[in-house]
Write a new protein. Structure first.
Lengths: 638, 315
């Protein structure tokens, strides 16, 4: 079938042409990447592999590899677009360190990954070979240079004549090659072709039927090619679990969680990486009686959500860092008027436009302290895709019970990562009840603050006898503008007290590892899986390390100072910027630290150190392991 | 703004409301401020339309005029500067059963809130938007506003305001999907009430610019006008406003069919005379909230639907 032999490495085991019985590599974990120019469909190829693997019972974690531009120049390392899929026998909680196998549509995308140290030494590379003897001399030269650079690294490079193969079925292999490549992966990992086919059909459901049919023909072509030409297979046998599972990404989970919480209005303005929540909601929300309102800007989106919340069920708005900045004034209004509001910030790199498609955890302090004036409110961060679902139910409940603003900090890693998790056992109690329209008893005030808790019951338009005007001006319990000095002191205390009350209802965080030891790693948000994997590896090495992951950042979970006192050293691991302690001009006092460590130091008076990186990618467990090794028993900054 | 069938409890139709039912806190505007007369006309309108106070919401921004909701006994939302319209949109999207009014100053609506203003016109959500235009920033003490006349001396432009003023009527008429655009003056209460009533009854976003006296800062702009009816031209039409009672006082009348958008734009552009009346109305323009379908489900029904949705993600 193939006119050119796949080039294989020096290893004689792999050199067989048309292997009769391929070698099967049994692995508990295996990581695959698919990269192409953007628009060539490496992403859907990777996504389908991930989804089908999850459906077959494997643990999965996927991460999108996204260029910032929609259509970057072709064959450019900066334009590499695709997906990493880490497949496991059991649960997979993070993207891992490096990839074991990569499918690349051109050598420049491949180079990008190589230069980012994304490939395991000895990784298998399946590279589209059409560029090798391309008509364009420049391209041929680029290919040779790339092969030279890659050659030194000891990868096993296999040429795939995908373009040429696909020409048998399509005039334009650039559209459809991804299905051929998916076929190769299907064969390599022995994926269920019926499930793959169903995913393909779902993806093209809005197009002419012939598109899906041709894609499946290309898939089969890929399978056949792999069968004839590849001398190995990879087996990651799933360990069957006893729970029903669902598989989705974090933004889908947020959207479904919002529905499960009974929320009915989402207001937003498009911004990566938050937008896909609205795509998801746009498809289904109205079937549940909900509205996705695409506002004229983020400020308006916040205003619409506040207006909707004020008049009925808690609404939410969803954004990323630049949008969070714009919404600031309205957030203060929500706090001042005690209008329930949920804001989801799917964080990306900042400041300013920053790294629009990449993960970062740099909005923590802005989320907690970013509103001028004293604006006490709640900030929480889901750590897994599953938590992205459930956090919406929690957020909605807290917002309503405490008449509070609740900010949910997700990030690009959770937003686009796909992971299976136990199917939520839906509960009617999660769903917001219809707004109270009963008459308000005479003499009752719209901010009848309970002195102990600061809580009060809001009046909702439509309630007879409850007419009053909410105002962003300082006001008394009847919502009358404050003209005497003590009212502001008192009402500020009431708004603050609610948050203290919520803090008292929280449980102290549980520890991963021993209750005491040399080192405690503290994290928040999407880094949980990578931190815990690193801690497990370190403990296997005999190191005395534990970790703790915070969901509530404001108010902080209780008992932290006491927990910290049981460890020689405490440090946070975060995806935001901090000065290196030995950097020029950096002193112990002026060092700019990771955002959580800043917070923990202020709240616990413990000298919490930090290790942070802003590389535009999720943290690698291997990198965290290095940090643990060099900090265990070191005593650190204390 | 039309009555909408309620998802929520229907009000007691038999109850008759009077002006007194809408009385809120004592208004703290300056004596002689035009906002007082807008307030009375509004209370009169509510009584005439018999709107239950609990089913009525006044949303405002920040400014002297935006204190309005405090002084009327309905639900009120006194928000942030320039952003009353998004809040009102949220109220109406979630609660189509409520009667929503928006009160804005000229700085509030035309300057800081300009983006929301333009888009609210296009959304055409069923509500009444009142622009209380005193052609100055009142609350912050006499800074130039987008509608301040050129050459007018203010605290921020002491050599006289530099640019020709914006024309809110012209601008509104220029926005796609504008559906009701009118101008009135608070010193002609009968006209103001009739205009507000037409605005209230119009299904869609009704934009009413109310020329408003500010005796404290801009007395020389509108202060003399009540004595000079000849400087005013009434636009009259059976589909707009045509008040017999005003015939004697305002002899300068022009028949204008509010269905004629081109003529409305031409009239709005010509600043030689102050025109009061309905410039344009079209009750058939698409309303944003109508495009949003809201099936009302019970919690168990929602759970069932969500289970089916989760099935799609099942492993
Ligand atoms: C974000 C913000 N910017 C500025 C202000 C200050 N401010 C309050 S009212 C106002 C202008 C008021 O003028 P206008 O809207 O015409 O209302 P008026 O007082 O004349 O009725 C300004 C600039 C504010 N409250 N908030
Ligand atoms: Mg003004």
């Amino acid at each position: 079938m193939s006119t050119r032999l796949p080039v294989v490495g020096d290893d004689p085991v792999f050199s067989a042409e048309q292997p009769s019985s391929p070698r099967v590599l049994e692995r508990a974990q295996y990581t695959v990447e698919v990269v192409s120019d953007s628009g060539e469909g490496a992403q859907s190829c990777g996504q389908i592999l991930g989804t089908v693997s999850a459906k077959m019972g494997n643990g999965v974690w996927t991460v999108e590899i996204i260029p910032a531009e929609v259509q970057p120049p072709p064959r450019n390392p900066a334009g590499a677009s695709g997906n990493r899929v880490r497949i496991g026998s059991g649960p997979v909680t993070n993207w891992g360190d490096r990839t074991d196998l990569i499918v690349a549509f051109n050598e420049q995308a491949l180079l990008a990954r190589h230069r980012l140290d994304a490939l395991e030494p000895g990784a298998v590379i399946l590279i589209e070979s059409m560029w090798q003897d391309h008509d364009d001399e420049g391209i041929r030269a680029e290919w040779s240079a790339a092969m030279e650079e890659l050659g030194a690294a000891g990868y096993r490079i296999i040429h795939v004549p995908a373009h040429e193969q696909c020409l048998a079925l399509t005039e334009n292999p650039y559209l459809g090659k991804n299905m051929f490549m998916l076929g190769i992966l299907t064969e390599l990992f022995d994926r269920d072709t019926a499930l793959i086919g169903a995913q393909i059909r779902h993806r093209f459901r809005k197009k002419d039927e012939s598109v899906a049919e041709r894609s499946i023909d290309l898939l089969e072509l890929g399978i056949a090619w792999a069968r004839e030409n590849l001398d190995f297979r990879v087996s990651v046998p799933p360990v069957p679990g006893d729970r029903d599972m669902v598989v989705m990404n974090g933004n889908q989970a947020v959207a479904l969680g919002a529905v499960a919480a009974g929320m009915e209005l989402a207001a937003m303005y498009p911004i990566t990486p938050a937008t896909s929540v609205s795509h998801q909601l746009g498809e289904m929300f109205e079937r549940f009686g909900g509205i996705v309102h695409q506002a004229e800007d983020e400020i308006a989106a916040a205003g619409v959500a506040i207006g909707a919340s004020y008049a009925g069920k808690t609404a939410f708005t969803i954004t990323s860092g630049p949008g969070l900045a714009l919404k600031t004034e309205f957030l203060g209004l929500a706090v001042m008027t005690e209008t329930p509001l949920v804001l989801v910030d799917v964080q990306r790199g900042g400041p300013s436009t920053g790294l629009p498609t990449k993960v970062e955890q740099s909005d923590l302090l802005a989320a907690i302290f970013g509103q001028p004036g004293d604006a006490p409110h709640v900030v929480l961060a889901p750590a897994t895709i599953e938590e992205c679902f459930h956090v919406m139910v929690t957020a909605r409940r807290i917002a309503e019970t405490f008449r509070a603003l609740v900010i949910v900090l997700s990030d690009a890693n959770l937003a686009t990562g796909v992971q299976p998790f136990p199917r939520p056992e839906l509960d009617q109690a999660w769903i917001a009840s219809a707004p109270d329209q009963s008459p308000v008893p005479e003499g009752k005030a719209p901010y009848a603050w309970d002195e102990q808790t600061g809580l009060s019951q809001r009046f909702i338009p439509g309630q007879p006898g409850g007419m009053f005007t909410v105002t962003g001006l300082a006001h008394d319990e009847r919502s009358k503008v404050a003209y005497t000095s003590d009212i502001n002191q008192w009402s500020s205390a009431m708004r603050s007290r609610k948050i203290a009350v919520l803090g008292q209802t929280l449980r102290p965080p549980s520890l991963n590892g021993d209750d005491a030891g040399d080192l405690l790693i503290v994290g928040w948000g999407s880094t949980k899986g990578a931190i815990e994997e690193a801690v497990a590896r370190a403990r296997d090495e005999g190191l005395s390390v534990s970790s703790l992951h915070l969901t509530f950042l404001s108010p902080l979970e209780p008992g932290l100072a006491e927990i910290f006192s049981r460890f020689q050293k405490v440090m946070t691991v975060e995806i935001n910027y901090s000065d290196e302690p030995d950097g020029p001009f950096v002193t112990h006092q002026n060092r700019r630290r990771g955002q959580l460590s800043w917070l923990l130091r202020a709240q616990t008076l413990v000298d919490v150190d930090c290790w942070t990186r802003v590389l535009g990618e999720p943290l690698r467990p291997g990198a965290i392991l290095e940090v643990i090794r060099s900090n265990c028993g070191a005593g650190g900054e204390r | 703004m039309s009555a909408v069938c309620s998802l929520f409890q229907l009000h007691d139709e038999s109850r008759e409301y009077g002006m007194g039912d809408y009385e809120g806190a004592q208004a703290r505007w300056c004596p002689g401020c035009g906002d007082h007369s807008v307030l009375s006309a509004t209370q009169r309108l509510l009584a005439r339309e018999n709107l239950p106070p609990e089913k009525t919401v006044f949303v405002s921004g920040i400014g002297c005029s935006s204190r309005f909701p405090h002084y009327i006994n309905t639900y009120g939302f006194h928000g942030v500067h320039g952003r009353a319209l998004p809040v009102a949109t949220g109220v109406k999207l979630h609660r189509p059963d409520l009667h929503v009014f928006v009160v804005m100053g000229d700085g509030d609506c035309i300057s800081i809130g300009a983006g929301h203003w333009i888009h609210a016109i296009r959304y055409n959500v069923d509500m009444v938007a009142l622009l209380l235009d005193n052609e100055i920033y009142g609350l912050t003490k006499m800074q130039t506003s987008p509608t301040t006349p050129q050459g007018y001396v203010t605290n921020t432009q002491p050599r006289g305001s530099y640019l020709p003023p914006m024309n809110p009527i012209e601008a509104t008429l220029g926005v796609t999907n504008a559906s009701f655009v009118a101008q009135t003056a608070e010193w002609v209460p009968a006209h103001m009430l009739a205009t507000m009533e037409a605005a209230y009854r119009h299904p869609g976003f009704s934009f009413v610019r109310i020329l408003q006296r500010c005796p404290h800062f801009t007395d020389d702009l509108f202060g003399e006008l009540p004595k000079h009816p000849e400087r005013v031209q009434l636009l009259v039409h059976e589909h707009g406003i045509d008040l017999e009672a005003l015939e004697g006082r305002f002899p300068n009348r022009l028949a204008h069919d509010p269905a004629d958008l081109d003529e409305a734009r031409r009239l709005a552009e010509d600043a030689s005379v102050i025109r009061l009346g309905v410039f344009f109305r079209d009750d058939s323009r698409p309303r944003y909230e109508e495009t949003r379908h809201l099936p009302a489900y019970t919690a168990p029904e929602k759970l069932e639907l969500l289970e089916r949705e989760l099935d799609r993600y099942a492993v």
